[in-house]
Write a protein that binds this ligand. Structure first.
Ligand code: IFM
Length: 446
């Protein structure tokens, strides 16, 4: 059972979130190749070498999907625009079909009384820009600013809120240090550059959108609760370092104009020259901050390698004991209120906070009408209770977005994990609402 709309402050917004490459069907509509197409085509990177070529075919089923958002009673829809759909080569020639599509999307939302919340980058970098070094190349900040200008000159006047980049940690650390997402690098210098440039691009895009007269601009960071795997000093230190990398680096850069000491200890030597001079751009004023939250991780000190100390950050992940989702992620709702209160206390004060993503993946064994997904309802309910707890403590949480409206392309895991309130049959692409969709509809419409 989900809490009702009336259990939240008046004006609290409920939304659903998706992203372009995960649902649109990237092969259609004149979009250019992206580094995710390249990454997925490389053996071993993605389950079944699956990519986003068809995904949910949202491009051709836009009205049906917008009707589902409306039927659920959502106030706001968080979607992303694809850089490679707007500018297939990353720069230069505009794909007018792409601009037309995003205009239809925004107008379709407004016609249905739903607020459009746009994200400009949710991971599908045009391959041509990847060839030039992608997020390692400082020029990306200006390429991104130019793309922002093109898309927002067309739809910015009707956008309710906008954020430049989804989850800077994934764009940089996960993709350049862990090699788990495109471009699949494992290189500390590339990582440091990507971590800094992603924030520079955030700042440049924010400047462009302000220049266009847009309001309600924010930033979306993902966070994972980092806990020591045992009581040793080594485990405590490992959790502290991972917490700094994951949960403080980006927020600190954007809101305070500095990076945490624990991260600089390992990364400073690899940051681009003159990084300290970029904070005027990075700390552009924002109107809200978004938190994407799913899980916690346990850490221990990495063992020595042939008597040599493990290189920084010298941490290893340890499997945790809590129940897990289909992503093998522990369910740890308490982390959500932890981060909401931490963000307000240490970084953002009175700035509105939105939970811009939260949800869980199941596998496909669903039956019944509507399709039964009690674990998802419990997950959402437990996390919404943590939001209520934070509200009770005075944290200015203004809204909550479920990830995700539809089952979709879950990046390196392909199409097996299903995050949707709506089941998508991958053979027919038909949509089937799950019980969690009905539970949301009751909670929002009653
Ligand atoms: O599917 C992703 C999304 O693209 C970004 N945030 C986390 C989700 C679940 O892994």
């Amino acid at each position: 059972m989900l809490p009702h709309r009336s259990d939240f402050p008046t004006g609290f917004l409920f939304g659903a979130a998706t992203s372009a490459y995960q649902i649109e069907g990237h092969a259609a509509g004149g979009a250019g190749r992206t580094h995710w197409d390249d990454f997925a085509a490389t053996p071993g990177n993605v389950a079944g070498a699956e990519n986003g070529a068809i995904a949910c075919d949202h491009l051709h089923r836009l009205d049906e999907d917008l009707d589902l958002l409306k039927a659920a009673g959502f106030d706001v829809y968080r979607f992303s625009t694809s850089w490679a759909r707007v500018l297939p080569e990353g720069r230069g020639t505009v794909n007018t079909q792409g601009l037309d599509f995003y205009e239809r999307l925004v107008d379709g939302l407004l016609e249905r009384g739903i607020k459009p919340a746009a994200t400009l980058y949710h991971w599908e970098l045009p391959s041509t820009l990847s060839d030039l070094g992608g997020w390692r190349n400082r020029d990306i900040a200006n390429w991104f600013a130019d793309y922002t200008d093109v898309i927002m000159s067309r739809i910015g006047d009707r956008i309710w809120s906008a954020a430049p980049i989804n989850e800077p940690w994934c764009v940089s650390w996960l993709s350049h240090f862990e090699g788990a997402h495109a471009p699949g690098l494992r290189d500390i210098r590339a990582t440091a550059r990507a971590m800094h440039h992603v924030l520079l691009a955030h700042g440049r895009a924010t400047q462009v959108m302000r220049g266009l007269g847009m309001k309600n601009l924010g930033a979306v960071c993902n966070m994972e609760f980092a806990a020591p795997a045992n009581t040793s000093d080594g485990a405590r230190e490992a959790a502290r370092v991972q917490d700094a990398i994951y949960n403080h680096f980006f927020l600190s850069g954007i809101t305070k104009g500095c990076y945490p000491e624990e991260v600089l200890n390992g990364m400073e030597a690899h940051l681009p020259e003159g990084w300290q001079n970029d904070f005027d751009i990075i700390t552009q004023p924002i109107d809200w901050i978004g938190l994407n939250y799913y899980t916690r991780k346990l850490y221990d000190a990495a063992p020595t390698v042939e008597n040599h100390p493990a290189p920084w950050p010298a941490t290893v992940e340890v499997e945790g004991p809590l129940p897990k989702t289909a992503m093998n992620w522990e369910v740890y709702p308490q982390g959500l209120s932890h981060f909401l209160t931490m963000m307000q206390r240490d970084y953002t004060g009175d700035l509105p906070i939105y939970v811009t993503e939260n949800g869980m993946a199941g596998m496909s064994e669903l039956s019944g009408d509507p399709l039964s997904d009690p674990d998802r309802i419990a997950y959402l309910s437990d996390h919404l209770a943590e939001v209520q707890g934070a509200l009770d403590q005075g944290v200015p949480v203004k809204g909550y977005f479920v990830w995700s409206l539809l089952d979709n392309y879950e990046w390196a895991m392909g199409y097996a994990p299903r995050f949707g309130l709506i089941h998508v049959d991958w053979a027919t692409l038909n949509r089937y609402p799950k019980a969690s969709f009905s539970a949301i509809r009751e909670a929002l419409n009653s």
